[in-house]
Design a protein around this ligand. Sequence first.
Ligand code: NAP
Length: 521
Amino acid sequence: MKSKARICIPVCVRRADELASAVQRAAEEADMIELRLDYLSEIELSRAGQAIASALQLIDQPIILTLRPAEYGGARPIGAEDRLYFRLQTDLLRPHQDDFWDLELDLALLLQKRAKEGNDVAGMNLCDWDRTICSYHDFAGVPADLEKIYESMAQTESRILKLAVQADDALDCLSIFQLLDRAQHEGREMIAIAMGQAGVMTRILGPSRGSFLTYGSVDDESATAPGQLTACELRDVYRIDNIDRQTQITGLIGRPVAHSISPHIHNAALAKANFNAVFIPFEVQDVNAFIKRMVRPSSREIDWELRGLSVTAPHKSAVIGGLNWIDAAAREIGAVNTIVVEGDELHGYNTDAIGFITPLKQRQQSLAGLRCAVIGAGGAARAVVWALKAEGAIATVFARDEAKAEMLAQQFGVAYKPLSNATFRDSDVVINATPLGTRGKAEHETPATKEQLGEVRLAYDLVYNPFETRFLSDARAAGCETIAGLEMLMAQAVEQFKLWTGKHPNVEVMRAAAKRRLGMN
Ligand code: NAP
């Protein structure tokens, strides 16, 4: 086995003659390989026997043979008789290997019933239950009768039980972890997964909590279920081999979180420092329910060593009500982006403000009297304005929504102006605190053109993906010095790391991880 925590890579090809090379490619990363034969058409499957045998000769890893019908998330409709016929081709598994069949619950129950009735279905060898994974999939959500489904599966003689449900909220993972605990308690081997971005934690923590394996893909394009990570990410970013029940958990709560590069930055720093700790993205809908049921030690329904959380949109303000103590900066800004679990207390901080100001102070020691135009009136702008004021700089808010600009300006006692037709002639620094320029549909947009930036000394973009935004390249063309959003992201992450671990992280390792994730090297 390549790793302590088993990673199984599903292979899904449309033609039997593609099996061998796909299996070999998967074998470079996998501890187990699942052949998803439902991806072969009926005709391809009928003549695939030799291709399967040849492919299996190329690898040492155990395999799982799966012919999943569409109603359980498979690639095509397959009738019960065809599934049964396929399952009876027992010579497809290698005799001296720990190979498995994946058999959906309905078929497992049918076979069991027939066997019990003495109808040994066309020679079905009962010993084969030792090589059977009895599976149940729900792509619509978490079934209300999950425990009952588990009990039906446990009634079959299958060696391993597999349950995969769809998670829409991180809280949906609780039932998966509870099921893994139950299976362990009852001495059953189990694979339990919550699919979807909200279920990612089950893929990362599952093996350390008793899951027989976790599924990974060869690359981002070949993921076979929503939320699936690559085998490389599981092993190298999340270090699932090192995770145990003592591992300190940190992570990001927000919605969405899939785009975030924070897991790459923090996990690289945790690995470098050799901490038994991991940073996980948690897609959370109801932040207060999450705090109660998964975070606060006295009320949470999961036994884990949660150390702290990073908080992103849309929860930075809403989370405040669930905390015991907030530091002065976070209270005045009205947003918490970092939580630390201290005993049974939850403490809130805002590291965006210091993260913003640190790169600026590296260029200019005193910011007193510096004239700063802040574009945007959202959460980040609030932290920026607060930090500038604290340093004695003179901030002016520019926003497309004048009412929002006025509200923010009044709260912090600064000036505001409309964004349309703005000139920044009177500004030393222009700060983009809007998402304009972010990878995707706003990528080629900028809140200030080269012409508008002509007399400005420094342009500071909070957007970090891409590293080089149009705002920054226009500013440079206008002769301005620039600060990229990645600098703020790194500086605020350094402060978070210090709050959770009490240690200073290796910043170069964090920066390299961020750049790798942004495709810069
Ligand atoms: P937010 O609360 O949603 O606020 C966004 C602000 O930008 C609002 O004032 C919004 O105006 C304005 N805006 C949006 N689209 C606009 C457009 N087309 N033209 C003009 N103004 C527009 O977001 P946030 O949390 O403040 O974040 C802002 C940006 O900063 C994001 O890109 C975020 O990723 C980045 N950020 C970076 C870091 C870092 O460490 N580098 C940290 C925090 C945030 P309306 O209210 O009128 O929509």
